[in-house]
Design a protein around this ligand. Structure first.
Ligand SMILES: Nc1ncnc2c1ncn2[C@@H]1O[C@H](COP(=O)(O)OP(=O)(O)OP(=O)(O)O)[C@@H](O)[C@H]1O
Length: 524
């Protein structure tokens, strides 16, 4: 190791450290090593070693001005900075030798004081368009208020006779070329197809705002959390689909945290970690689903942490989802958890009845199916857990109707969704039945449990007993107890009376049927 180079670089690092935040310093400068300090033709050339071409790109784009000032301060006006870039091997079997490339800082542009204000030279690096623009603007910003910029990158200042090899596009690695990145988005997850309700209003509004200006709102990162099948994936992908359609970013990528982890592990096995890292650092809008799966995976978390920082620092948009609030996710490092909460966290909850109905109506419309309102309401009343199950019930119903050439009516819905109905019956309580019957007959609920033998109360009590026997698993004794401690024989008598009257009295029969429907729908 060249001692003087190390000392010079240590001084540079001190200055740099004072001028940028701790995390940026850790990410971009700590891995750099001094290689040599030489004097040639009156110039003092400090060469530092970079772990990959990506660092070269990044430093030039983001820290050019700072590096230039720092070198001038430490080495004087004749100071020049050179990079020795370690070239990532595509094939781990390749020999080590020759795996580096010397480059002058500033990619060979003339960065003399006069030239620094000039439009950027077409970069020798065949950098992707978006980044090139970003680079040029950061350069001109960097040159403002600059007391005496040094020519720290003039290619003519390179070693005599050294022809700099043209630097190839660092992203031109098979399979990860920027232009070729497939966003992995499901095109059917759009805002148009996402039904808004009280359960998801905040998340949907924030998602919409982000889609208008990715990376420019304070919702960065944006994290949506909530239970299974409640639309998290749909919503986060809707942002991606919208932004892609508007072409407001160059690259957008959706990845599940499981896939991210698998790819990362593979990159370790294949000795391609820096490639993996480079790939993710070029994404403008990164969507990571189900981040709770990072739990307990320390190395993956560390890699994601650095990627997160790099993207966030450069104003790229990060969108995340989790099955619970970030503070409740266990096994994730505090520094990463706190970053998850930097922007906005919004939850999605189970949809209310109206939203469930609206979702079913939309799904039926999208599939070109006409569904009677009572069928939609029947499904919506009975399937409350999540939207995926709601969709599943509809698909099941459609499949039966098509396969058995049946009408899509309430009878078919009851038949097909019987399992779900059975679940409902198991959960149905005697109190619920009493409430619905009394609501329907307009009788105070507590009277069916009281001693009174008024005619209309007796009728309500008998109908409630009949449904309790028919729709719950409770024993006759238990049912009797729920009706003011009556005997099991009273329940049998009530059941027989109702059954007989259904047979003989049509009006009564249709009233009981109507009450039965209300119980099935559990309507209030
Ligand atoms: N508000 C909504 N409007 C329309 N469809 C929705 C809505 N919410 C969810 N869906 C649909 O429900 C299904 C499940 O949603 P999604 O996969 O987004 O849930 P999730 O919350 O990501 O679940 P998981 O945690 O299991 O991944 C999808 O087909 C989605 O299109």
């Amino acid at each position: 190791m060249d001692q003087s180079a190390e000392t010079a670089w240590a001084q540079c690092r001190e200055i740099i450290q004072e001028n940028i935040n701790r995390q940026s310093f850790k990410t971009w400068f700590e891995p750099l090593k001094a290689q040599s300090l030489t004097e040639e033709d009156g110039l003092r050339k400090l060469t530092i070693q970079l772990p990959s071409r990506f660092y070269y790109e990044w430093l030039e784009e983001h820290y050019f001005s700072l590096l230039r000032k720092t070198i001038t301060k430490v080495l004087g006006p004749n100071g020049r900075l050179f990079y020795d870039v370690v070239i990532e091997k595509e094939n781990p079997e390749e020999p080590e030798h020759g795996a580096s490339m010397q480059l002058p800082a500033r990619r060979g542009d003339d960065v003399s004081p006069d030239a620094s204000e000039a439009p950027p030279n077409p970069a020798e690096i065949d950098a992707p368009e978006g980044r090139r623009q970003e680079s040029s603007s950061s350069r001109s910003r960097g040159s403002e208020n600059q007391p005496s910029p040094a020519r720290d990158g003039d290619p003519s200042a390179g070693p005599p006779g050294s022809q700099q090899p043209p630097v190839s596009n660092p992203f031109a690695i098979p399979g990860i070329q920027k232009a070729e990145i497939d966003s992995q988005l499901n095109s059917s997850y759009t805002f148009e197809r996402f039904i808004e309700g009280d359960c998801n209003r905040l998340a949907r509004s924030a998602a919409w705002a982000i889609a208008q200006e990715p990376g420019a709102t304070s919702f960065n990162p944006f994290l949506i959390y909530g239970g299974v099948g409640l639309g998290k994936t749909h919503l986060i992908q809707a942002i991606g689909n919208y932004v892609q359609a508007k072409e407001s970013v160059d690259t957008c990528l959706y990845v599940s945290s499981e896939r991210f982890t698998t790819e990362f592990v593979q990159s370790i096995q294949r000795n391609r970690i820096s490639e993996f890292s480079m790939f993710y650092r070029q994404i403008d809008l990164l969507i990571v689903d189900d981040v709770q799966f990072f739990s307990g995976k320390e190395k993956t978390q560390e890699e994601f942490f650095h990627i997160f920082n790099a993207l966030h620092q450069s104003g790229r948009q990060i969108i995340l989802s989790a099955d619970r609030p970030p503070r409740d996710i266990e096994g994730i490092e505090e520094r990463l958890l706190s970053r998850f909460q930097w922007g906005l966290s919004a939850d999605v909850q189970s949809p209310g009845l109206e939203t469930r109905i609206a979702i079913l109506q939309r799904k039926a419309e999208d599939d070109g199916i006409e569904l009677e309102q009572e069928v939609i309401e029947f499904i919506a009343h009975n399937i409350k857990s999540n939207i995926r199950e709601l969709e599943g019930a509809l698909i099941r119903l459609l499949a039966h109707a098509t396969l058995h050439q049946r009408d899509l009516d309430l009878d078919l819905a009851k038949e097909v969704l019987r399992d779900l109905m059975q679940d409902m019956q198991v959960n149905l309580t005697i109190e619920e039945i009493q409430r619905i019957v009394c609501d329907y007959l307009d009788i105070p609920e507590d009277l069916v449990r009281a001693k009174t033998r008024k005619r209309e109360v007796v009728r309500a009590r008998q109908i409630a007993m009949y449904f309790s026997k028919k729709l719950t698993q409770h024993s006759l004794k238990t049912i009797g107890l729920h009706f003011g401690g009556r005997d099991h024989s009273t329940v049998i008598h009530a059941n027989n009376t109702v059954e007989d009257q259904i047979e003989t009295d049509d009006q009564f029969a249709s009233m009981v049927e109507e009450i039965g429907r209300k119980i099935e729908l559990r309507s209030r």
